[in-house]
Design a protein around this ligand. Sequence first.
Ligand SMILES: CC(C)(COP(=O)(O)OP(=O)(O)OC[C@H]1O[C@@H](n2cnc3c(N)ncnc32)[C@H](O)[C@@H]1OP(=O)(O)O)[C@@H](O)C(=O)NCCC(=O)NCCS
Length: 187
Amino acid sequence: MFTPIRTARLVLRPVTMADLDDVYAYQRRPDVCRWMLGNEPRTLAESRESVSLMTREDGLRAEGDVLTLSAETGGRVAGTVELVWRSETDRDAEIGFVFNPEFAGRGLATEAVTALLRWGFEEFGLHRVHGRCHAGNEASARLMARVGMRCEARHVESYLFRGQWADRLVFALLNREWRSAARGAEG
Ligand SMILES: CC(C)(COP(=O)(O)OP(=O)(O)OC[C@H]1O[C@@H](n2cnc3c(N)ncnc32)[C@H](O)[C@@H]1OP(=O)(O)O)[C@@H](O)C(=O)NCCC(=O)NCCS
């Protein structure tokens, strides 16, 4: 059982089917899917399937597992954050996030991602967390930079995005960088 993470404004906890209405409220929006490969605005039935899948992503037990957490505030799910355990040997995971634009611009995604990084490094013992986004996804790139992740690569025309070659940015943060930033913040 994953113990929920509490931050100043959020509770991060595993997804339940009761989250369906809140998740569908943003999965149905074209602006939310704009930069996400393979994601088109979802029907309610598609969201139900997606939420059902996320309810099973409740812990990192083996390489390849996904941990998806609902970021709840004031009784509503503002978005989800996830960690995909890419390599057990390299202790490397990939971070992901999707938030409802209704909740944008208040730093809630930043708060959720920071809390998940803390869990990944300090509780789970990761060596490295990386994140990838379409080079045009400025909000995503800004978020990763804001939480202290380094932009360490731009893979030029590295993948087909809706029929066009697209650049992908890779951001990353190491455990030692996280800890030294945390020490700096403590003064
Ligand atoms: C990526 C995504 C989560 C970013 O959302 P966001 O609203 O920009 O992020 P936050 O909630 O952290 O808010 C940050 C903004 O609030 C502002 N802000 C206000 N109070 C803040 C606080 N206490 N802390 C941090 N930022 C704060 C920041 O300045 C920032 O504004 P800016 O973007 O104009 O610089 C969102 O755009 C999204 O879900 N996009 C669709 C899905 C997607 O593309 N996911 C990524 C796939 S790779």
